[in-house]
Design a protein around this ligand. Sequence first.
Ligand SMILES: *[C@@H]1O[C@H](CO)[C@@H](O)[C@H](O)[C@H]1NC(C)=O
Length: 426
Amino acid sequence: MTDGSRLLSLLTAPRSVSLVINAGIMLPVLFGALLGAGPAAATSLFADECPADAPLSCHANGDYKDTCCFNSPGGQLLLTQFWDTDPSTGPADSWTIHGLWPDNCDGSYEQFCAPQREVSNITEILTQSAPCTLKYMAKYWKDYHGDDEDFWEHEFNKHGTCISTLEPDCYADFEGRRDVVDFFKRAVMLFKTLPSYNWLAEAGILPSLTATYTLAQIQEALTAQHGHNVIINCNNNNEINELWYHYNVKGSIQEGDFIPAEPVGSPSTCKATGIKYLPKYTTGPPSTTTTTTSVPIPTGSPSQLSGKGRFYVSTDADSSGGFLISSGTWYRGGGTPATYTATPNADGETFTLSTSKGPCAVQADVLNCAASVSASDASFFGWDGSYLTYDDSNTFYATSLPSGTTQGVVYTVPKAVEIRASWIQS
Ligand SMILES: *[C@@H]1O[C@H](CO)[C@@H](O)[C@H](O)[C@H]1NC(C)=O
């Protein structure tokens, strides 16, 4: 919302007295705006001044008609997330946003509700009105075809146009596609409260080429956090690829409260057992012959890494972070990450690393795995619960983002690009 309308809504809110004083110099302008809006209409004109007693969506008795403050008929709001592995999208250690959907209270849904409100310039709109939201979306709201703008348009045009509280008439001063801006802002805000990767990891459910999980195990981990069941979807190979978090909303989706709700509509599609949670950015079919059991490394608390695994690189600069290859360099050109072997040290905290190239050491501030590194010179590394550490820091550096077949030298001293390495146990 614009500052002007925020003040307008504060001024007309019950608790406005002290805020009016703070608003001070704005008062004449605000009164002008109020007068311009005319006498209060029977139904609210402003989604951002919904009454505190607006009913919870899907929980009204039918008398409540103000669809600017009460999402209807799409009162079951879903924040849906993807886990894309073929091809992979987004950070290796995060789910990505699929959308924010207004389902009806029985699980059916409307779509493409307002052709005249469809947009084809979301990037432009957000560049102008919500650049931080746009930056976040570029990392976490990914199209698996690589055309994010097209995917965002699809989501707004199909679902966003069906959210009643976003209708232009609900705004006092509708301009500059506030409906679009508010839709994406709210979806991003909600997504940030739903860190599925971490929630699953805390329950020992980590991406693996070999481990399998049960639906009950995944459901339990997510329900404990969300407070209600979550819809857990798999592809035809029983590989988990989508989560649907359900909500009812009190007030508008722009400003109201999202209250977690029990799902309605279609049930989870994953089978009860044998669910795979594949790592991102691995290529080729998962091995079916290995008998190694995967031991997930719980994230959230520091521990010693042990055994074989891969390091995936994440960076704020770009969403396809790539991974470390066998010489200890950073590679974003596709293919398969190197297998690293972590060997715990007797101190109970640190470990050494080696690859097919040889032991790994930080030499002259550069990570290097090579036969020329003698085992006794191998550096001690740590794990902070989420990322590889060296010398108590989980931040490594590169001079730039490597592209194509370029290998990026990994530094332990500050350079232009900050990177972190997450571990996927083999
Ligand atoms: C987006 O497109 C619409 C319709 O073509 C146009 O009126 C509007 O100015 C554009 N918005 C931005 C921010 O470019």
